[in-house]
Design a protein around this ligand. Structure first.
Ligand SMILES: [Zn+2]
Ligand SMILES: [Zn+2]
Length: 149
């Protein structure tokens, strides 16, 4: 792959003032492609609300970090936590999952509840659904894999 000078979109080849790191894998194995805003929008990895590129969540997909933060902000109140936390142990068979979630939350340096809300909001942004839909879906399928980081 030939070198692309900074300021040139690697997708359309146009020279541009605004070049962004896009979460699009390149043929050379790099996980990032330098692209212009119109190409980023066309490739579905630009948040037009926040005017920033999406971040990669690996195989889970791409989404906007600012959009996740907004959702977390809207859902991180005690009432919501009290409502959703009790469902965590029922999401998977056995009791280990509650432990896993607690440990993962502690590793992130936040309370179980806030970590859980963040995971649900991240899953919601990645799937283009509401946090409530994500929780309902997890309860219906007894599968928390969409929520767990
Ligand atoms: Zn371009
Ligand atoms: Zn956004």
């Amino acid at each position: 792959m030939k070198n692309v000078p900074f300021g040139t979109c690697e997708i359309c080849g146009e020279k541009t003032d605004t070049i962004a790191m896009l979460p699009i894998p390149r043929e050379d194995g790099s996980l990032i492609t330098m692209g212009c805003v119109p190409c980023a929008i066309e490739k579905g990895c630009w948040c037009e609300t926040h005017d920033c590129p999406y971040q990669s969540f690996g195989p889970r997909g791409v989404t906007c970090l600012a959009c996740i933060e907004l959702l977390v902000w809207e859902h991180a109140d005690r009432d919501y936590l009290n409502q959703v936390l009790p469902i965590v142990p029922t999401l998977r068979e056995g009791n280990e999952d509650r432990e896993d979630l607690s440990m993962a939350a502690r590793a992130m340096g936040c309370s179980d509840g806030l970590a859980f809300v963040r995971w649900v909001c991240t899953a919601a942004c990645l799937a283009g659904k509401s946090p409530d839909e994500i929780i309902r879906q997890a309860l219906e399928t007894k599968d928390a894999s969409a929520i767990l980081p």
